[in-house]
Design a protein around this ligand. Sequence first.
Ligand SMILES: [Ca+2]
Ligand SMILES: [Ca+2]
Ligand SMILES: [Ca+2]
Length: 179
Amino acid sequence: MSHPQAALSRVDLVFRLFDANASGAIEANDFEIMARRVVEAAPQSDAAAKEAMTAAFHRYWKTLAEELDDDRNGRINREEFEDSVLSPERFEATIDEFARSLARLGDPDGDGLIERHVFTALMSAIGFEQQNIDALFDALEPDPDDRIPVSTWVSSIQEFYRPDAAGIPGDRLVPSVAG
Ligand SMILES: [Ca+2]
Ligand SMILES: [Ca+2]
Ligand SMILES: [Ca+2]
């Protein structure tokens, strides 16, 4: 079973970001940390949008634990995590909810558009680097007012997790590819 190097690079990146407390493995606590950081980065969003985001993070952890924690020790190590690329269909619904919650958080005024500074605040909270965030936003082809449609961001997040996807805007998030 082989997957494009780009997909494996994305797996590496996601593993590093998800290990928010830098313990060397992904645990429930990492998702508490990320959920808190992301919600705090969206001061203009309403309580319902924040609760949806927190719920999406919790579901994400629960799905990872069920699908990938082979030895059931409550931690997903790098090796266990790599299996996520083998069966993307098992994560589709979870990632879909995550993507929609995140994009909703990025559109507090509900006009269907996300400004660069809001996008940057949320992506920084997840842990991405400034230059990669800028490169991704540019690749998503913002309008003259420097905004992207919510739907564009949702698709980009879903695509990011697709193992067979290569040469996608999301690759701008991987430091080595961004150049
Ligand atoms: Ca951790
Ligand atoms: Ca484990
Ligand atoms: Ca908006």
